[in-house]
Design a protein around this ligand. Sequence first.
Ligand code: PMP
Length: 452
Amino acid sequence: MRPVDAQPAPATSSVAIDGHTRYAASIAAFERASASLAGGVSSNFRAGGDPVPLFFDHASGSHVVDIDGNSYVDYVLGMGPGILGHAPPAVVRAVQAQVPEGQLFAGQTLAEVELAERFTSAIACAERVRFGSSGTEMVQLALRLARADTGREVIAKFEGHYHGWLDPVLASVAPPLDEAGPADAPVPHLPSRGQVASSVEQVLILPWNDAAALRRAFTGPLRDRIAALIMEPILCNTGVVPPSPGFLETARELTAAHGTLLIYDEVITGFRVAYGGAQSLTGVIPDLAVFAKAMGSGYPIAAIAGDARLMALTGQGVLHGGTYNTNASSVAAANATLATLAADDGAAYRRIEDMGSRLMDGLRRVAHDKGVDLLIQGLPAAFNTTFGTSSYVDYRSYIATDRDRQRRFLRALQDRGVRVTARGTWFLSAAHDETDIDASIRAAGDALVAIA
Ligand code: PMP
């Protein structure tokens, strides 16, 4: 581990690229890792790197450096958590101060109450909060609360939305079309071997942004059997697709009318698209919401928030546990992150908005100049780049885009010192500055030429 550079090297925009030279250390490390780590990685979502899953040495601010010494302007940010950039000083200081004071007490701390109070003042649906260590497990608690409260079993979710990797909800995230059923009435698709087919017997799959299909779900045979409707209120796991006008309102009305709980999975949107999450942008308030990623700057911490009556079920027979819940360093990181995000009346968000808009505009400009049909869709804090389409509104229209060109574009960006998620989503942070953005736009222009 080398010390973090005070001044990370700027992104290079024109390099002769020989993958085997540029990524030699990662290629060797991947070979070595594959003999001890299953598949050479610690999450299946990290297995798809090009030419291999890359290995990283250190990161600071907007930059991450791989073990070959290549420096990248980073728009992956740990898959979203790095809202303040890597190793933000306020968070590092808070964690360093906490570490010698102990990590786990199997009891409460005042710091976690402070964190809960930050939630109840920031998040519209948050009368009460519980903390855990990952988005996946907080979704599990949300479903459990919904089933306990309603006495029903069916969970409705949308095609292309991801809510963690556990059996009861890992369905139809990226289904092959020939196994996905009709567009307006999708059938559940299990993405993992070893999943129990019976776990999705209680899952109803709906097409995103299709109000008519949603209404049919609440007039059809399951109408009074649906415990919860869960969604990413802005669909970030498939191309960044906002809800169409009126769609969330329809979902809110139908769920309320049928005694179904509305759950927002704000694991990505929470504290990213706004301090109050997607619910503060849309004004449509769910019964329960789940948070992770940006709340903790990369330290393992997650939350579920909801109204007091529902959350009280945790004291009335609904089990939620976790040895690592509110471990002291994660709580310190989260308090420091949220304090920084809230400071100066949300200056961090204004900066993200400015830098993200500058980047989106610049990418549109270079694509236009080069006559390339690059589509930039989403928000300054999280947007997606695709080819071969003028719009997409749901999973099926998204996967009809030219994903081969997208893949080649992303590799060409990586080769030029710009790191974007493998699905083409760019996450911004308050650490990105004009120099990063302008270097990224230049790199994108070069990348578009290289893949033409
Ligand atoms: N929900 C959403 C919307 C997510 O994006 C993710 C992770 N990418 C999860 C849930 C699962 O969170 P975790 O990886 O922390 O378990």
